[in-house]
Design a protein around this ligand. Structure first.
Ligand code: HEC
Ligand code: HEC
Length: 286
């Protein structure tokens, strides 16, 4: 891992004129994440077999400062939980032409525990890989007669936080074989493709340089097990496709739209790089 990181650092640093600084150790390499004194999270574990260049996968939590880490350790301190509460209200509110609520069909949010961990997932009926957001919109439009929720809008991101919160601590376990394989391959291609004026791929930062500093930030592996993420930077919950957009823009490339086939593929691929880490959403990051 260290050898690999060094090679990457050298080659990328020439491209972005020394943006990456040094080899930094993590604040406390062995810190453990236990939420509310009871939900034990796996924040580091053996990389899934399909990953060729990485031995150990780490949650983004590991790379945050101690104070930021602490915010995620208790629901009273985690600002993201406020929106989880809002979504819980939405969940039981009757709406639409037939006055239905999510609760009419799904007894409680807890009845959907485990769902977050296996999405994005192949949908047999539609013949596509569906994200959790697509699935929520399928229920909202086809089963409740509502307008689709905006893909990265607050109602959607809140609902996705609620569904993540009831799966916290469960291992991410997305399937990448069978009919999902093609989408996964596309996601992998996008992950390694150099784009933009800076000619950087996701891998240049998140595979070759995790643990190194870039500007004021410490690079993580770019895992998505913590989404939606409450960011101190913008003081709100952020959807995973919003984060993709931000990172693509940082390479000064044209970005894809949230919910696009490309971002769905990238999400499936990234999720699979986190297979074995715990569902953490809503997590807290910079
Ligand atoms: C009229 C009944 C109905 C309503 C109302 C409804 N759903 Fe569903 N929902 C279903 C059915 C049926 C499925 C299973 C569909 C499938 O597996 O393809 C489902 C599947 C899901 C899944 C995926 C479960 C899994 O195991 O993959 C999620 C998440 C979900 N619904 C969330 C919601 C949310 C959030 C709302 C409210 C905005 C909602 N649903 C409203 C009937 C409903
Ligand atoms: C120029 C470097 C750079 C590139 C290229 C880059 N990112 Fe990032 N990314 C960052 C930085 C900096 C952060 C914030 C610190 C961290 O969590 O790594 C970040 C954070 C993330 C996170 C949040 C991780 C968490 O735990 O909250 C995800 C997910 C992510 N990036 C995905 C991507 C994807 C997908 C691509 C390729 C499309 C990409 N990044 C390309 C620099 C980059």
């Amino acid at each position: 891992m260290i050898k690999r990181a060094l090679t990457g650092a050298v080659c990328v640093a020439t491209l972005v004129a020394g943006a990456f600084v040094g080899m930094n150790a993590v604040a406390d390499e062995h810190a453990n994440l236990i939420v509310n004194g009871e939900i034990e999270m796996v924040v580091r574990t053996e990389a899934p077999e399909h990953m060729e260049n990485v031995d150990t996968i780490y949650s983004g939590w590991v790379y945050r400062a101690t104070e930021t880490q602490a915010l995620q350790m208790d629901d009273f301190d985690n600002p993201g939980m406020l929106w989880v509460d809002q979504a819980a209200e939405y969940f039981e509110t009757a709406q639409g032409p037939e006055g239905r609520s999510c609760q009419d069909c799904h007894e409680s949010p807890e009845a959907l525990a485990g769902v977050r961990a296996v999405y994005p997932k192949w949908d047999e009926e539609r013949g596509v890989v569906q994200t959790l957001e697509n699935q929520i919109n399928e229920c909202a439009t086809e089963r409740m007669g509502l307008e689709p929720l905006k893909y990265t809008g607050s109602e959607m991101v809140n609902m996705s936080a609620l569904l993540a919160s009831v799966s916290r601590g469960m291992p991410i376990n997305v399937a990448i074989d069978g009919p999902a394989r093609e989408t996964w391959e596309l996601g992998k291609e996008l992950y390694y493709q150099r784009t933009g004026q800076l000619e950087l791929s996701c891998a240049n930062c998140h595979e070759d340089n995790y643990g190194n500093r870039i500007r004021s930030d410490m690079l993580s592996q770019g895992q998505i097990n913590g989404f939606p993420v409450y960011r101190l930077k913008n003081a709100k919950l952020n959807a995973v496709h919003s984060r993709f957009k931000g990172c693509v823009r940082d390479t000064r490339a044209q970005t894809y739209a949230p919910g696009s086939a490309e971002f769905v593929a990238l999400e499936l691929y990234l999720a699979s790089r986190g297979n074995g880490l715990s569902v953490e959403g809503p997590s807290v990051r910079n």
